[in-house]
Design a binder for this molecule. Structure first.
Ligand SMILES: [Fe+2]
Length: 349
């Protein structure tokens, strides 16, 4: 199958193409509470923490949260027993596929990791990711039939919490590996036009020229996604950089960044998106770093502590010094990325 553009890791296979309008036609999964877990990356210790938080909410008298994994739940688990455990535990919940799962079940020529990295991502990072997917594919093949279980995963999901309609994607509504719900792709905050995202600038500095035109295109595309998907909230992942932003008409985008790696500098916690009828009741060391109401649902970016030392022991067995995952990711796991809460929470209301 042809790819839409150039080199492995930067290309976006045509099989990744999706449509926002498909989300409008899906039968919604309904619950009082969802934990949306994007980018677990094989991190079983983070999964322990997420499941423990679900049990805590039940113990506090809240409805049991339903876990939804929106892709890339495999990645570092390039060892058959580790891979099988991730597959088994995620399989107990609802899931959609990411580019990692797509490249496990149906590897595309020249797709590499299927990440569709933008030009700003260094070539070395792309090469490391392509090497990681090759090792993961090898481990997955060793598990035999487990890989076939991934084939049935849909690329998109529709959820409903109360009146809040949620479109769940891995990248963006147009592509499994799209970067259209990346922080840099968002319109500037400050627009309060109640009718349209296209009316940028109501409370922001006027922007002209090429920058203004690009922002107008971003706003128009986002407006079309909300309309065509018929949702109030878009939940994504894939880009590894978390943010939340709300928009006129009581709509929002929440990108959890990663549930399997730290999301902020100097903070080892991972992030999930929680959507529920009730506000979160969190244990010590947990935090809603950004939260709002969408219709009658509470939407929160939840930071969770997890057993990083146990994960690193497991990681180091499979990815020793000099291996592509060690070179590309270990420092991020220990130090966090160069990203900060004040750049992540873009809520106006
Ligand atoms: Fe991804």
């Amino acid at each position: 199958m042809a790819s839409s553009s150039a080199s492995p890791g930067r290309s976006c296979p045509v099989t990744y193409r999706t449509r926002a309008s498909t989300i409008a036609q899906l039968t919604p999964l309904r619950a009082q509470s969802f934990f949306i877990v994007g980018g677990l990356y094989g991190n079983l210790e983070a999964l322990d923490a997420i499941e423990a938080l679900a049990e805590h909410e039940v113990a506090m008298g809240l409805p049991r949260p339903r876990l939804v994994f929106n892709g890339d739940f495999h990645w570092f688990d390039a060892e058959p027993a580790w891979f099988a455990e991730v597959q088994h535990r995620v399989g107990a919940h609802s899931a959609s596929r990411g580019n990692v799962e797509a490249e496990l079940v149906d590897p595309q020529p020249d797709a590499g990791c299927g990440c569709a990295y933008p030009p700003s991502t260094p070539e070395q990072t792309v090469a490391w990711s392509n090497a990681i997917i090759a090792r993961l594919q090898e481990a997955a093949r060793a598990t035999g039939s487990l890989v076939a279980d991934l084939r049935s995963l849909p690329p998109q999901l529709r959820l409903q919490v109360g009146d809040c309609r949620i479109g769940v994607v891995h990248g963006d509504p147009d592509s499994l590996a799209g970067w259209g719900l990346e922080l840099d792709a968002m319109p500037p905050i400050g627009n309060s036009d109640p009718g349209s995202l296209s009316g940028l600038g109501a409370h922001s500095e006027p922007v002209g020229g090429a920058v203004g035109a690009a922002q107008a295109r971003q706003a128009a595309r986002l407006e079309a996604w909300f309309r065509d998907a018929d949702v109030d909230l878009l939940a994504s992942s894939h880009t590894c950089r978390c943010f939340a932003q709300d928009f006129p008409g009581n709509r929002a985008v929440f990108n959890n960044g990663a549930a399997g790696m730290p999301v902020f500098a100097g903070d080892h916690r991972v992030m999930i998106t929680r959507v529920a009828r009730h506000p979160p009741v969190l244990p010590d060391d947990h935090l809603s770093s950004c939260g709002t109401r969408v219709r009658d649902a509470h939407v929160d970016a939840i930071l969770l502590p997890w057993d990083r030392e146990a994960f690193l022991w497991r990681f180091d067995q499979v990815w020793p010094p000099g291996s592509p995952a060690q070179l590309s990711y270990r420092r991020r796991i220990t130090d966090g990325p160069d990203h900060h809460p004040n750049a992540s929470c873009r809520l106006q209301e």
